[in-house]
Design a protein around this ligand. Structure first.
Ligand SMILES: NC(=O)c1ncn([C@@H]2O[C@H](COP(=O)(O)O)[C@@H](O)[C@H]2O)c1NC=O
Length: 523
């Protein structure tokens, strides 16, 4: 293992040219000789940087519209030659060592995600020479540094400056790992794309499913203390999420904290009004919307004070001082997450040193997340995310009595909550707050009973409330029980064999009932 490698010659060939001029200028200032391919060569030259074109180094022109530029023994021998082992053969064939390779690849993913991109466009954007150099340099990291991320340019320059132009083994190894991640993701994207084409049609799900996640955190343990665990995120997660959130204070996040915070945040994102969601064991145990955030928290908390103990609280507005104080004075909480946090709120939360406080930034409601998946033993289930949004315009009124305006507002509110409750999910709500949540039962009628029990325990009147059910009622008993508890209106997908019987039950109790035509199972 060679400790320090002095960088004397670099080959630069980049599609994404951001930051390359400044980087090359710094390398030049440290006396590094640079070789470069056509477009990169021109860019560097135009900016007054002395650089040698690869074609004059190899004595071979770039050809076939760039398909062959760097695929030459003078390039690959210079990268792959083991210093100290291959010196004689390198000298014999006039192969000059290349100590650093700076490459990023043809923009394959950007090309195929462009509307109207053809198979020909995709194939033209499969980089061959680039990954070959990247892999060669990464393999020979003992003697060569491979740079694939513009984000690494500054650190590399700093290290070289501090070490008379040399890079350490640790840095070269690190860069080599990043390089193989880069080519693995690149080939994965190509395989996914080509594997999704069948009979000239693009299939939603490819022949193989390649995806890359990068470790963000080692966790103390998994779902239980005897399970080891780590948190991985997409290479470049976008949008506000648990993967992009920043922790401002508190103990390290645990596996269950991450899963529950994700559930709470994704639920609170569903609301436009100031909202608060309290989650316990992946289920919302209290949700409310109000004019003020503090009021939303009060109402959400009041649904189920018992379960809120040790819960996760998510907000869709900046956490303010009053709300933060109300939380810390009132309850034990594991995590609070909000788009931002005021200085006053930070100060209030700081009193509880262990409390994890996270900010996720504002979100874009048009953001399209990646596919959803779940491991089963020996396999992987992949599906699109459940991102359907139901509005009043999508509702079908099926009962004799039509819901009032207030009931419609409450029906849509409870429907949004039900989507984030594990099936069978029943949510009772009124005036923009949950009254009772029945989650994860094997029979729907039991979920309804539990929602009523929860409301009773919280001292909240079910009388005049509405009920959301994540899937259709197979029998009328769920409606009869809800009516007995005081529920006045119901939202559910419909589609049961016994819909007529279920609607008749609603009519008998003078309840309003609407169908969404959409189901929100969540397991
Ligand atoms: N064919 C080759 O020998 C080859 N060598 C390098 N490239 C790629 O060419 C691009 C840079 O090209 P230019 O410097 O001409 O803009 C880089 O993305 C690099 O990965 C190649 N292109 C594709 O395979």
């Amino acid at each position: 293992m060679t400790d320090k490698v002095a960088i004397r010659r670099a080959l630069i060939s980049v599609s994404d040219k951001s930051g390359i001029i400044e980087f090359a200028q710094q390398l030049c200032a440290m006396g590094v000789e640079m070789l470069s391919t056509g477009g990169t060569y021109r860019k560097l030259r135009e900016n007054g940087i002395p650089v040698i074109e690869v074609s004059s180094h190899t004595g071979f022109p770039e050809m076939m519209d760039g398909r062959v530029k760097t695929l030459h023994p003078l390039v690959h021998g210079g990268i792959l030659g083991r210093r100290g082992t291959d010196d004689t053969v390198m000298r014999k064939h006039g192969i000059a060592p290349i100590d650093m390779v700076v490459v990023n690849l043809y923009p394959f993913t950007q090309t195929v995600t462009r509307p109207g991109a053809s198979l020909e466009d995709a194939i033209d954007n499969i980089d061959i020479g680039g990954p070959t150099m990247v892999r060669a340099a990464a393999k020979n990291h003992n003697d060569v540094a491979i740079v694939v991320n513009a984000g690494d340019y500054t650190g590399i320059v700093d290290e070289m400056r501090a070490n008379e132009g040399a890079l350490s083994y640790a840095s070269r190894f690190d860069l080599a790992v990043k390089a193989f991640e880069h080519t693995a993701a690149y080939d994965g994207a190509i395989a996914n794309y080509l594997g999704s084409i069948k009979d000239s049609e693009t299939q939603r799900f490819p022949h193989t499913y390649n995806s890359q996640f990068i470790k963000k955190l080692d966790l103390r343990y998994g779902e239980n203390p005897h399970q080891q665990s780590a948190f991985y995120t997409e290479a470049k997660p976008t949008g506000a999420s648990i993967a992009t959130a920043t922790q401002l204070q508190g103990k390290a996040l645990s596996y269950n904290n991450i899963a529950d915070t994700d559930a709470a945040l994704e639920c609170v994102k569903a609301f436009d009004e100031p909202a608060c969601v309290i989650v316990k064991h992946a289920n919302p145990c209290g949700v409310a919307i109000a004019k003020e955030l503090c009021k939303a928290y009060d109402l959400a908390f009041a649904t189920d004070r018992e379960s809120a103990f040790g819960g996760i609280i998510a907000f869709n507005r900046a956490l303010d001082g009053a709300t933060a104080r109300a939380i810390v004075e009132r309850q034990f909480v594991e995590v609070i997450i909000a788009p931002s946090v005021s200085a006053e709120a930070r100060q209030a939360v700081a009193e509880k040193k262990n409390l994890r406080l996270l900010v996720c930034g504002p979100w874009d409601s048009g953001h399209v997340p990646e596919l959803d998946y779940k491991r089963v033993n020996g396999g992987l289930l992949i599906q699109e995310r459940d991102d359907v949004i139901i509005t009043a315009a999508n509702l079908t009124m099926v009962s004799r009595r039509q819901p009032s305006k207030d009931e419609i507002r409450d029906l849509l509110f409870t429907w949004k909550v039900a989507k984030f409750v594990k099936s069978n999910a029943i949510v009772y709500g009124k005036d923009g707050r949950t009254i009772g949540v029945g989650a994860g039962q094997m029979s729907r009628v039991n979920s309804a009973r539990i929602a009523a029990i929860k409301a009773e325990q919280a001292g909240l009147a079910v009388q005049g409330s509405v009920m959301a059910s994540d899937a259709f009622f197979p029998f009328r008993d769920g409606i009869d029980n809800a009516a007995a508890a005081g529920v006045r209106a119901v939202i559910q997908p419909g589609g049961s064999l016994r819909d007529e019987e279920v609607i008749a039950a609603a009519d008998e109790h003078d309840m309003a009932m609407v169908f969404t035509g959409i189901r929100h199972f969540r397991h």
